[in-house]
Write a protein that binds this ligand. Structure first.
Ligand SMILES: [Zn+2]
Length: 435
């Protein structure tokens, strides 16, 4: 979810040999392929020009017609990263205002973003050794179900805009008396570490159950897990398939003005349409034409409503930022009634993460990041789920959405350890009453 700006990103690309400094304002490559350009405006006129190009998205004949803004425009001295199709590169470069300084205010990458964007070489069959494709994720759910018998079941809870299955896996005794922990991931397409972490959970919880791991067994004595690892498969497939759209965030539904996609995490029906969401279908935070306009959010809503009374915790995983948040996020200065109660297990989880070398910010969503109306955790809290959270997984800005897949096991492990502490706290604080 986070769109924090960090000037380290361009230097990371440079370090990977993906960017070359532009000398004298001229591009360093001569072929007509697609390009990534990083701008660092130091003057207001440069920032104004970037805003102008940004405003031209989708407008036929304009220089910015086909330019995609991956980051920014933001503030002075912060980078703006754009994707430019080869056919538009020349006219965009010709339109860049010349610098009054001795150095160029923009750089162009040497080739395409390469391995960092398309995913790295696979290493093993371990589910957590790589970022997985949509089909691999479905296969993993089916394989897991086939090995754990009646203790797990895969359920199709809906269908995406482009017709893909929306699936979740239930782990544990799915008895009416059992409280449910809902965990989802992948509502934003480019946040690949989130689905990867959900798959890690599924793998380790099932393995722990089979091997009689005492902590896992205790968790399963107390809770049943409903884990939906990929809420936005259309966007994920798009991000995964097309190199130049690795940083795609939304769904892929056709919208007015020739633009695509809805930000599903602005489409839930609690204070829908408020701060931090856009009515412009071309914007990254487009909230949709109405609350629950999208099949993906309707499917989650219907499932949640069906299990509402049994659900004790709702966790939705994003990246990046290292934040563990509680509602409400639709505006500043609005908290759930049980904020203090909800924060206690979060504090325990953050302490655990800190002991593992990872610092998380915790607290109210709007305060920790920014107001964002129409988010799923707000909705979960609004229908009475006692604990509801958005987790922004690592990192804090070095790799942003492009966290190397070699980080999956560490992120998975530390998040699972934090979850154990978190759920242990909730179990102790919410013992079922003896009737
Ligand atoms: Zn997100």
């Amino acid at each position: 979810m986070s769109v924090k700006v960090n000037s380290a990103f361009a230097s990371v690309l440079l370090a990977f040999g993906l960017l070359l400094p532009c000398q004298l304002g001229l591009p360093t490559t001569t072929n007509q392929g697609d390009r990534i350009i990083v701008f660092v405006p130091t003057r207001q006129a440069q920032l104004d020009w970037l805003e102008l190009i940004h405003s031209q998205a989708g407008k036929p004949g304009e220089v910015g017609e086909n330019v995609r803004f991956w980051f920014g425009p933001g503030l002075l001295n912060q980078e703006t990263i754009v994707f430019v199709p080869g056919g538009d590169y020349g006219r965009l470069v010709a339109a860049i205002p010349s610098s009054q300084d001795t150095y160029s205010w923009w750089t162009v990458q040497k080739e395409n973003l390469g391995k960092l964007v398309t995913g790295e070489t696979r290493r093993s069959s371990d589910i957590s050794s790589a970022y997985r494709t949509y089909q691999e994720i479905l296969n993993f759910l089916d394989q897991t179900q086939s090995t754990c018998g009646s203790f797990c079941s895969v359920e199709k809870y809906g269908t995406s805009y482009e017709g893909r299955d929306l699936k979740l896996i239930k782990i544990g005794d799915d008895l009416p008396s059992k409280r449910i922990v809902w965990i989802d991931a992948g509502i934003h397409a480019r946040e690949w570490i989130a689905p990867a972490t959900a798959l890690y959970f599924i793998d380790k919880i099932v393995q722990g159950y089979k091997s009689s791991d005492s902590t896992i067994k205790s968790m399963l004595d107390n809770f049943a897990f409903y884990i939906a690892p990929l809420l936005n498969p259309d966007g994920y497939v798009y991000s995964y398939t097309f190199t130049r759209e690795r940083l795609w965030r939304k769904t892929r539904s056709a919208q007015a003005g020739g633009c695509y996609g809805v930000d599903l995490n602005r489409n839930f029906g609690y204070h829908w349409g408020g701060q931090g969401s856009s009515s412009d279908p071309c914007d990254e935070n487009f909230r949709g034409s109405s609350a629950f306009s999208e099949p993906e959010t309707r499917a989650v809503r219907d499932k949640l409503l069906a299990i509402r009374l049994r659900t004790i915790s709702f966790i939705t995983m994003h990246s990046y930022g290292q934040d563990w948040m509680v509602p409400y996020g639709y505006a500043y200065n609005v908290s759930v009634d049980n904020y203090a109660q909800m924060m206690r297990p979060v504090q325990a989880a953050a302490d655990k993460l800190k002991s593992l070398g990872r610092n998380y910010d915790i607290g109210n969503s709007a305060v920790v990041t920014y107001p964002a109306a129409g988010a799923s955790d707000d909705y979960a809290a609004s229908i009475g789920v006692p604990y509801a959270h958005t987790i922004e997984l690592p990192d804090t800005g070095q790799y942003r959405f492009l966290l190397p897949q070699s980080e999956i096991p560490r992120v998975g492990l530390e998040t699972l350890e934090a979850l154990k502490v978190y759920l242990g706290y909730i179990a102790a604080a919410n013992q079922p009453r003896d009737e």
